[in-house]
Design a protein around this ligand. Structure first.
Ligand SMILES: [Ca+2]
Ligand SMILES: [Ca+2]
Length: 116
């Protein structure tokens, strides 16, 4: 998510809130999560953008299966470790918080060995 401003070269964009609803048991109706993005310019003016992401039941699958080969295995762990510390446009951001952190590793390890 990016933002531009007429007066400020730099606009701070933050992800204030995410994960307002996730019905993993109700896949047929489509689960969704809501992210609220806030952009603040150099003068303190702010705008808020709500992003709603709809997830179809069949697509929830295994976010931990980073290489898409149908199981959570060493290859996925190596991809995650290669992306560890990423804070923008991360390919191994499993929990959707925008960064690749220890929590993403823990989620992958919890699913390790699972078939997707
Ligand atoms: Ca895999
Ligand atoms: Ca993450």
């Amino acid at each position: 998510m990016t933002a531009t401003d007429n007066c400020s070269e730099y606009v701070e964009v933050t992800l204030n809130h995410f994960f307002t609803q996730l019905n993993l048991d109700d896949c047929d109706t489509g689960d969704f999560l809501t992210r609220t993005w806030t952009a603040i310019d150099g003068c303190g003016n702010l705008t808020i953008h709500e992003e709603v992401i709809t997830m179809l039941g069949d697509e929830i699958g295994c976010p931990e299966d980073l290489n898409g080969n149908g199981s959570v295995e060493v290859g996925d762990l190596l991809l995650l470790l290669a992306d560890f510390g990423c804070f923008t446009e991360c390919s191994a951001d499993i929990d959707g918080d925008g960064a690749v952190t220890v929590n993403d590793i823990l989620l992958l390890l919890a699913a390790f060995g699972d078939s997707c």
